[in-house]
Design a protein around this ligand. Structure first.
Ligand SMILES: [Zn+2]
Length: 61
């Protein structure tokens, strides 16, 4: 999967003017979808969460 960092704002920790990666559409309650961008440290944290999620072997949300 191609993962290209662009300079922008992290939607997780509010860092600005940092390299961020588009992780996918985020669904909001009232305003439709938005682009979920995260900075490198947040991406690493989410990678760990995804890894832990799959290592549990249960596809629960
Ligand atoms: Zn961040």
């Amino acid at each position: 999967m191609k993962r290209t960092y662009v300079t922008g704002e992290c939607w997780r920790c509010d860092a600005v003017d940092v390299p961020v990666l588009w992780l996918g559409p985020v669904q909001s309650q009232d305003h439709g979808d938005g682009p979920f961008y995260c900075c490198e440290p947040c991406v690493q944290r989410l990678e760990a969460l995804v890894r832990a999620h799959h290592s549990r072997g249960v596809a629960s949300a």
